[in-house]
Design a protein around this ligand. Structure first.
Ligand code: PEP
Ligand code: MG
Length: 536
């Protein structure tokens, strides 16, 4: 009888699983360094491998789009961009033509260079890009050497790997993976985000050796624990947790079409935060009453030129149509350090970001406003402005919006009416919320930034995580003041920061009078269930 081994890692995606381990070994391949005579033919070998890799990424894009939505498929577009990147290609070309390197060696050298460049940067988004470069190098190497990825299993397993690329994950039938354990990667890695969307529990930071292949295991994606050869007590405990989890998700489905109303009849709208068109479907499937926040940054990511009015319009109309008559609140561009799009300056969190960029760069703001106004002809659209700190900013926005409407009218372009909201996410905005309430149709409180700016703690800095306290009485009082001032002026308040899905504070927020809570699609049903259970 083998002894039970417990390994402690980090949670990557929630959920429990029990089953046998399948340890995937990529087989480390060290390309030989060969001096090539016919460099032109060698370059052609590289170009052929590159075309095959692009084709396979296109297929992965289609397949992921069908299985996990377009937003998750974007990874494969980003990887295609790396393959087409001029600097990346230039390096490989020069090494082959100038350095007489074989294609494998040139690919591995260029990839190592860019991997080291990006992985050293203290930013989760850029580090994820470093992992993409590793994936691309592996893909090219497998094509060049004719050793394609094979995942040959006959029944569902707990998959363990040092690191699995998103394209590897998507090749595996969802029914064959009970859970994923990876030594490398973070909760922000593309592969983990993808696994989460597919409902696969993930544990990170645990090394499972090939010798454990076929062993029985239990994984706890909530705590990050892995048990190999679990004892009967562990198995029993997790069997009942798995049963409970399944029963709970079935029970929660009852709330899809229900309103969130407390026992004493207090109604709170439960809305969804989404990051793009595919989120709209997940939000509706999970029973949201409206979309409380569309983070429109997705329109501006991974591209060199600004999106056109037409691109804005089509993407927003798509979301409006998917929302089937529900209100959709689009936040205008909130470019900033936390979104992985910082402008290089001394204090990016306090610098040129969000509405400040829009008010000083009309070529960014006006096409977006026009796209939103045009999408409003197809449904109930509201526009939300981020990082507002003064009434004067709202007056500037009003002038620009009026001009924009005049231009659309002059050009006989179809557009619709919009409601306008202000994000309350700086202490200044909360303190003058009585004045700001006269300038807007509604408020949305961004507690992520309101906490950051009230406590003067960078929300990105994991070393300060224990000091970052969204429950701080200072933050709570600002939320209370904002709601009070809004209601005096007859406008409603939504909370759209992460605090909105924290059930330990829901009761207090409802006591303060909040009208709506906007949360990620996965948090909608647990929140509805909780509100319906409250007596207040
Ligand atoms: C917030 O600041 O709470 C918010 C919802 O916006 P973001 O997290 O996108 O900055
Ligand atoms: Mg914010």
């Amino acid at each position: 009888m083998n002894k039970m081994i417990e390994k402690k890692g980090r949670s990557g995606a929630p959920g429990y699983a029990m089953g046998s381990l399948f340890v995937y070994e990529r087989g480390s391949y060290h390309p030989p360094h060969i001096r090539i005579k016919n460099t032109v033919i060698e370059l052609e070998r590289f170009e052929t491998a590159k075309s095959a890799a692009i084709e396979s990424l296109k297929e992965a894009y289609e397949r992921t789009g069908r299985r996990a939505g377009a937003a998750n498929a974007e990874i494969f577009k980003a990887q295609q961009m790396i393959l087409l990147d001029e600097d990346y290609n230039e390096r490989i070309k020069n090494d082959i033509l100038g350095g007489h390197m074989n294609a494998e060696w040139a690919v591995s050298e260029a990839s190592r260079y860019f991997y080291e460049l990006f992985s050293g940067i203290h930013d989760e988004g850029v580090r994820a890009k470093a992992m993409d470069i590793k994936d691309i190098a592996n893909k090219l190497m497998r094509i060049l050497t004719g050793t394609e990825f094979v995942f040959d299993i006959k029944e569902p397993v707990i998959l363990a790997a040092t690191y699995l690329s998103p394209s590897e994950l998507i090749q595996i039938d969802r029914g064959m993976i009970k859970a994923l354990i990876m030594l490398e990667g973070s909760a922000y890695s593309h592969v983990v985000i993808l696994a989460k969307t597919m409902g696969i529990p993930v544990v990170l930071g645990v090394d499972i050796r090939p010798g454990s292949n076929g062993y029985e295991a239990v994984i706890d994606g909530h705590t990050g624990s892995v048990f190999i050869n679990p004892g009967n007590d562990v198995k029993e405990k997790y069997r009942s947790l798995i049963d409970e989890e399944q029963a709970r998700s079935l029970r929660l489905k009852e709330y899809i079409g229900r309103e969130a109303v407390t026992q004493s009849g207090r109604k709170v709208s439960v809305l969804a935060n989404i990051g793009g068109p595919s989120g709209a479907k997940a939000a509706i499937d999970n029973g949201c009453e409206g979309i409380g926040l569309v983070r429109t940054e997705f329109m501006f990511m991974d591209r060199d030129v600004l999106p056109t009015e037409e691109e804005h319009f089509k993407a927003y109309r798509d979301i409006v149509e998917k929302s089937q008559g529900r209100r959709v609140v689009f936040r205008t561009l909130d470019l900033g350090a936390d979104k992985g799009m910082a402008i290089n300056e001394e204090n990016p969190a306090l610098g040129r970001r969000a509405i400040r960029i829009c008010l000083t760069n009309r070529d960014i703001f006006i096409p977006q406003l026009k796209g939103l106004l045009r999408a409003a002809a197809y449904g109930d659209v509201a526009i939300l402005y981020p990082m507002i700190t003064s009434v004067a900013e709202m007056h500037c926005i009003a002038d620009i919006l009026n001009e924009t409407v005049d231009e659309l009218t002059r050009d006989k372009v179809k557009y619709g009416k919009v409601k306008q909201g202000i994000m309350i996410e700086t202490p200044a905005a909360a303190m003058i919320s009585d004045e700001l309430a006269k300038e807007a149709d509604f408020f949305s409180i961004g507690t992520n930034d309101l906490t950051q700016f009230s406590l003067a703690i960078d929300r990105q800095n994991s070393a300060l995580a224990r000091f970052y306290d969204p429950f701080h009485e200072g933050v709570m009082r600002m939320i209370g003041l904002t709601i009070e001032n809004a209601h005096k002026a007859g406008i409603e308040v939504t909370i759209c920061g992460e605090l909105a899905s924290d059930l330990s504070i829901t009761k207090r927020l409802i006591d303060m009078g909040v009208d709506a809570l906007s949360v990620s699609p996965a948090a909608i049903l647990p929140l509805k269930e909780y509100i319906c259970s409250l007596e207040q």
